[in-house]
Design a protein around this ligand. Structure first.
Ligand code: ADP
Ligand code: K
Ligand code: ZN
Length: 434
């Protein structure tokens, strides 16, 4: 029987040994980090060195690194080696000011490609698969990250890049694509283009697997995507600061994402106190790179909210799993005194059969105070000009949303494909309150 693991020894390493390995790699990372201008100054001031880490609890003695720190370090202040040794950079989209840039040595790119191959292999991807990457390429890590990982695994890779749905469909059909990677918000649109061209993705493609990530999405959205494409959708988590994708990925059980703990140290903390929260409780994820040479990042505040899934996974991998991302602490908005995450609204909308996959949350203000409007796209088969029917649907959606978020929003229904489109990741909230 061929193995279900890409690297069985490391993926099934018993947890006590895994913890030892992590502490060893953390010490090495601290020693390395001391060579960068940023950590060198900070750690010398605080008297931190590899010797500061004796037990797992000592991790908490290390200061937190924030996104602002990374921006202030742009472009080279976190570098631990001569520039000659780095062979690539990526950066976050950051629309204002400096983005966070990541610099990779050959070792770093090799380690990342391996993690990507490991992630895809865990879902069941094999060299016989045809992998189509519908992610943006360029500075965005979802392009080259998946590209080199799928090549490492041995798939036939199709670097289709984002957009141009008709060409995506043609490539899928001509080359017999079995696996595709995309941001989830694109897949509803792609499905519509299949239908417009008289095609059915279930009947007319060989798709078996979809990798979806880079955007928060609910379980309801995953189920819809699986239904639309007749393929299994696996959640993929990563961020540029931690290389890109390949930080955590679902295995064939689709029950939360294994975070590759031989390469990342995982902490989940209360965002106010920064104290660790028990497994199963939601908090903010703090991540440390353990296998990065050029630019280690230690105790990075990701702003992403999730929890550790307490039990073991039946697949036998010993890396712990994180639950789907509930949102970023900076995504939350407050409306009429209620704290709301966009994902709560998505979950309700995706349970309503008549509603398509696109939506926009608009926050504004009038004489009476803040207003919340949810614009939701109708599916083409639910499109009607029967006012009574639409009004009943609007009321039903408003009620369901009130039950979830405790505020009654105004609902605007729009025709399929009518909401504004963005380049790259979907923008779900428009805040017009000055
Ligand atoms: P940018 O800042 O340019 O969008 P990134 O691609 O690095 O760049 O964004 C990383 C962020 O995307 C993560 O911190 C997280 O908030 C979000 N993200 C990535 N993968 C997922 C996922 N599977 N589910 C939910 N959110 C995700
Ligand atoms: K192949
Ligand atoms: Zn598993």
């Amino acid at each position: 029987m061929s193995s279900i693991y890409w690297q069985e020894d490391i993926e099934t390493l018993p947890r006590p040994q895994l913890a030892e390995l992590q502490l060893k790699k953390l010490r090495e990372s601290i020693t390395r980090a001391l060579r960068s201008p940023f950590y060198g100054k900070l750690y010398r001031e605080l008297n931190i060195s590899a010797e500061s880490i004796k037990t797992y609890d000592d991790v908490r003695k290390l200061p937190i690194t924030t996104k602002d720190d990374l921006r202030a370090c742009y472009p080279f202040e976190l570098l631990t080696c001569p520039k000659d040794n780095i062979i690539r950079m990526h950066c976050t989209s950051g629309t204002t000011g400096n983005p966070a840039a990541v610099l990779y040595s050959r070792h770093d790119l090799d380690s990342w490609a391996n993690l990507m191959a490991r992630s895809m292999f865990a879902t069941g991807a094999r060299p016989a698969d045809v992998f189509q990457n519908m992610s943006g390429y360029g500075l965005f890590t979802g392009g080259l990250g998946f590209q080199y990982g799928a090549e490492r695994l041995g798939c036939l890779t199709i670097p289709a890049a984002a957009g141009n749905s008709r060409r995506q469909i043609k490539l899928m059909q001509d080359f017999g694509t079995t696996i595709a990677h995309s941001i989830p918000s694109y897949l509803g649109r792609l499905h519509a283009v299949f239908l417009e061209n008289g095609l059915d993705p279930i009947r007319d493609t060989k798709l078996e697997r979809l990798f979806i990530g880079a955007e928060p999405h609910s379980e309801e959205t995953r189920l819809r995507i699986q239904e639309m494409f007749g393929a299994k959708a696996y959640n993929s988590f990563g961020m540029t600061e931690m290389n890109g994708p390949g930080v955590a990925f679902e295995c064939s059980y689709q029950n939360g994402m294994h975070l590759w703990e031989d390469c990342y140290l995982l902490e989940i903390v209360n965002p106010d106190t920064l104290e660790p929260v028990p497994d199963g409780e939601i908090g903010e994820m703090i991540l440390t790179t353990l296998d990065r040479e050029a630019m280690p990042i230690i105790r990075y505040r990701t702003r992403d909210l999730t929890c550790i899934i307490p039990d073991e996974c039946p697949c036998g991998r010993t890396s712990r799993r994180i639950d789907r991302i509930k949102g970023r602490s900076d995504d939350m908005f407050i409306i009429k005194g209620c704290n709301v995450f966009p994902i709560q609204i998505e979950r309700v909308l995706m349970r309503i059969r008549e509603i398509g996959s696109d939506y926009l949350i608009v926050l504004d203000r009038n004489d009476e105070g803040d207003t919340l409007t949810v614009q939701a796209e109708l599916k083409s088969e639910s499109f009607t000009d029967d006012y009574k029917q639409l009004d009943a649907l609007r009321r039903r959606i408003a009620n369901d949303l009130r039950d979830e978020i405790l505020v009654t929003p105004a609902i605007q229904l729009v025709g399929p494909g009518e909401l504004p489109k963005n380049e790259g990741k979907a923008v779900r909230v428009k805040d017009l309150r000055a």
